[in-house]
Design a protein around this ligand. Structure first.
Ligand SMILES: [Zn+2]
Length: 190
């Protein structure tokens, strides 16, 4: 969850994979949230979520405060694990090269919203794979904070542009003034 938070902070995709027995799963979450990994995860303590918020995540020197996961033993095998890593790598490459099938047009419809976050399940015994969209949680704290931050950023940029224009205008004015002074000086000397 800490990695997901950092990815949202940096606005980069979050790709995660794992194996269990004869199946593997790969998740791909867009860098814009809605949904994110927290949207599809239950049972994380509120105080941990609070500490891991995207706006705080870069401020930590270590994340020892995260409790250890009580994962079951995967009972998987090396073939499945390496296949899973290959899936993850290829998804990452698709993002790096901005593969149009991963980015827009968005492929998956969740209720009435298109999402570009999805989960792929792969079953090694039958060589079948299924892909489905990740669900959006409208109350997700990570996605909410990302939205708020984005809005703030946009407002700041808009303001910055306006100020920039004003500054430019002032500078131009000063230049004109400078020219005039120089001209006067020249005239005086003559
Ligand atoms: Zn979310």
């Amino acid at each position: 969850m800490a990695v997901q938070s950092l990815c949202l902070n940096l606005k980069i995709p979050f790709i995660m994979g794992g194996t269990f027995a004869a199946s593997s799963s790969v998740d791909s979450f867009s860098g814009n949230g809605k949904p994110c990994f927290l949207c599809v995860t239950d049972g994380i303590k509120k105080e941990i979520i609070e500490k891991l918020m995207p706006e705080k995540i870069k401020g930590y020197e270590n994340i020892d405060f995260i409790p250890k996961d009580n994962n079951p033993v995967g009972q998987s095998n090396v073939f499945l694990c390496s296949t899973c890593s290959n899936f993850m790598t290829s998804m990452f490459i698709n993002h790096v090269f901005k593969d149009p099938s991963i980015e827009a047009p968005k492929r998956y419809l969740w209720e009435d919203t298109f999402v570009d976050s999805f989960r792929v399940l792969f079953y090694v015994n039958s060589f079948e794979s299924v892909t489905f969209p990740a669900e959006i949680n409208p109350n997700c704290p990570f996605c909410k904070s990302f939205e708020e931050e984005k809005e703030e950023q946009e407002a700041k940029e808009e303001k910055g542009e306006k100020e920039g224009n004003e500054e430019k205008g002032e500078k131009e004015g000063n230049e004109e003034k400078g020219e005039k002074e120089a001209k006067e000086e020249k005239e005086e000397r003559m």
